[in-house]
Design a protein around this ligand. Structure first.
Ligand code: C5P
Length: 205
């Protein structure tokens, strides 16, 4: 069984994908991490995020980078959003993601274009969403706990900017697949969202 989980930043898609992977004992790939690693590798090499050739070279990042906690930062997310708009970067990472999706036994992948581009034949496609305000509040709580002093307004502005960039790009934009099931987590806590996700998968598979 292949489960595709797509949605915008801080929608809860990562948490839901991990929970589904645990529930069905499937391997899980957080595809955002790949783009975050490209952005990080590029910045470490002193490159410019808008330079497509340099971003393509950064796709050959060392896999050890995927375990770097710095990849989880907002700055890494913003850098990922920029490099992920380059068609050559997306093309360079497609096969790796498809191979993961098509391994025997299935897999859970979360990202922006899993149901539309990476695994259009996925058995179940979830599109996880929540209002920008709710997502910013979650990020703000999470970041404050981690010691950040970034304001709620700044986080909300960043989320809106990232949504805009991810939805407006020409190649593989963030878009709900026609056959995706929508899960709005705006008014659900983590446990309720996970239960709802399992429910949707059970109904569809
Ligand atoms: O999901 P996450 O916030 O870690 O993703 C970081 C950025 O990587 C996103 O804002 C998006 O621009 C990009 N991304 C993408 N396609 C994916 C996963 C992530 O373009 N499948």
């Amino acid at each position: 069984m292949i489960i595709a989980v797509d949605g915008p930043a801080a929608s809860g898609k990562g948490t839901i994908a991990r929970a589904l992977a645990r529930h069905y004992a499937l391997p899980h790939l957080d595809t955002g991490l790949l783009y975050r690693a490209v952005g990080q590798a590029l910045l470490a090499a002193g490159g410019d995020l808008d330079d497509e050739a340099a971003a393509l070279a950064a796709c050959a990042f060392d896999d050890a980078l995927l375990a770097d906690p710095a990849l989880r930062s907002e700055a890494a997310g913003a850098a990922a959003s920029k490099v992920s708009a380059h068609p050559l970067v997306r093309a360079a990472l497609v096969q790796r993601q498809r191979d993961f999706a098509n391994q025997p036994g299935g897999a859970v992948l979360d990202g922006r274009d899993i149901g539309t581009v990476i695994a259009p034949d996925a058995d179940v496609k979830l599109f996880v969403k929540a209002t920008p305000t709710v997502r910013a509040r979650r990020r703000h709580t999470e970041m404050s706990r981690a010691g950040s002093t970034m304001s709620f307004d700044r986080i909300l502005a960043d989320i809106r900017e990232r949504d805009r960039r991810d939805m407006m790009r020409a190649t593989a934009p963030l878009r709900q697949a026609d056959d995706a099931l929508v899960l709005d987590t705006s008014f659900l806590d983590v446990n309720a969202a996970i239960h709802r996700a399992i429910d949707l998968v059970e109904r569809k598979r």
